[in-house]
Design a protein around this ligand. Structure first.
Ligand SMILES: [Zn+2]
Length: 64
């Protein structure tokens, strides 16, 4: 299964996007800028094994 993910540069971790501001783990990836088309391009659809944030990853496993 593929999930919408975003790579947060500060931690170099790939998170699952929950909404336009937050990841599933609660990390805010869009706190300082307006949500633009450029930001949308950063979101990539990846398989669960490519998610590197442990909190986001465990959330995926719970659903399965
Ligand atoms: Zn996360």
């Amino acid at each position: 299964m593929f999930y919408p993910t975003i790579l947060i540069n500060e931690t170099n971790e790939r998170h699952i996007v929950k909404d336009k501001n937050y990841c599933i783990c609660g990390a805010k990836y869009n706190g300082f800028f307006m949500f633009t088309r450029i930001d949308l391009r950063k979101i990539r659809f990846k398989q669960d094994q490519e998610i590197t944030c442990p909190t986001c990853k465990s959330h995926v496993k719970q659903k399965c």
